[in-house]
Design a protein around this ligand. Structure first.
Ligand code: FE
Length: 331
């Protein structure tokens, strides 16, 4: 009779565990997240439901739903966006030793409301027929008169550039950063591009010689067209230059999560050695967890020194960055 009791408890525990699910709102597309969630469900029995949409739409939805939201977790790209979600009170702090161990301190919110899960760098790219790597050095140097009429940039409306300029403000202050951005604008070969891929294609086509893009766009383009005369250069590697700008895709637990414990477990798992390659490799990104190696195609870009300024600065200084780029005439 008493022997049945532990069995009954176990059965009950299984039923409770089975009732667990996590609901995710994701600005990353289904193709990137579904394989992860399938692996998680297979390993734990916990179902993961998800909705994918554009960043802005998901934030609006979370705000409109308020306490009634079914969402437990928000996944999105760029620390600027994660910071914004936290700032608007949509995310709650998570205290987790696992996350603290797996996610480097500069890639997570100092108040623990969001955590980077994959890392990308926004660095320099150049046309290999027209530029030697020795000609390149830093973001700041793209304003050197030697690049006049040779620089391509993506629009300043994109959060990636807003975060980059915000981090430059964190490093140099506003006055110095404005000088840098003005010097870039003076060197533009053509109007800013609507996306990173078009800008990289313009460099490959010889419309300009150098530019700035996120690493995974380069990876995707070179997978399709390996013969392109296009190469990556790690910016700001010399001593005192601060390291290359990095950013993250990441996640946080919603303030009104209905399954907060299950959601934290999923978040911890996403940062684990088991999940990090699945999360990063699918989009040619770097794992944030230092115990995990990047995919071979990504590792082939070589080692680099990254800026260790906390990415919360990308959010805190975003408004200043937008105004600064406007003043500098960066469209
Ligand atoms: Fe992107």
């Amino acid at each position: 009779m008493f022997r049945l009791f532990p069995a009954l408890l176990l059965g009950l525990a299984a039923i409770i565990a089975h009732a667990d699910e996590v609901v995710v709102y994701s600005a990353r597309n289904e193709q990137l997240i579904k394989p992860l969630f399938d692996a998680y469900t297979q390993a734990t029995g916990v179902a993961v439901k998800f909705v994918t949409d554009k960043e802005g739409a998901l934030l609006e939805r979370l705000k409109a739903e308020g306490a009634n939201t079914p969402a437990d977790m928000l996944i999105t790209v760029d620390a600027g966006n994660l910071w914004q979600a936290a700032q608007e009170g949509l995310l709650k702090p998570v205290s987790s030793k696992t996350l603290a161990a797996n996610v480097p301190v500069h890639l997570r919110d100092p108040l623990n409301r969001w955590f980077g899960l994959s890392l990308r760098s926004r660095t320099l790219f150049y046309n290999t027929r027209k530029v030697k790597p020795a000609d390149l050095s830093s973001y700041e140097d793209l304003g050197n008169p030697k690049w006049q009429g040779r620089l391509c940039l993506r629009t300043s409306k994109k959060v990636y550039n807003q975060s980059l300029v915000a981090m430059l403000i964190a490093q140099h202050g506003e006055a110095q950063t404005e000088k840098i951005v003005r010097s870039w604008v003076a060197n533009l070969a053509t109007d800013p591009f609507s996306d990173d891929t078009k800008m990289l294609e313009a460099i490959a086509a010889g419309q300009c010689d150098v530019g700035l893009a996120n690493t995974y766009y380069y990876g995707r383009l070179m997978e399709k067209f390996p013969q392109l005369p296009l190469a990556l250069f790690w910016a700001n590697q010399a001593k005192g230059q601060g390291g290359v700008h990095v950013n993250v895709s990441g996640a946080g637990i919603t303030l009104h999560a209905k399954h907060p414990e299950a959601a934290v477990k999923l978040l911890e798992w996403l940062s684990s050695e088991k999940a990090q390659n699945l999360f990063a490799d699918a989009n040619l990104e770097f794992p944030v967890n230092r115990k995990v190696r990047p995919a071979a195609a990504v590792a082939a870009w070589g080692k680099f020194r990254q800026s260790t300024l906390n990415l919360a600065k990308a959010g805190e200084l975003q408004v200043a960055a937008v105004k600064l780029m406007d003043r500098a005439g960066y469209k």
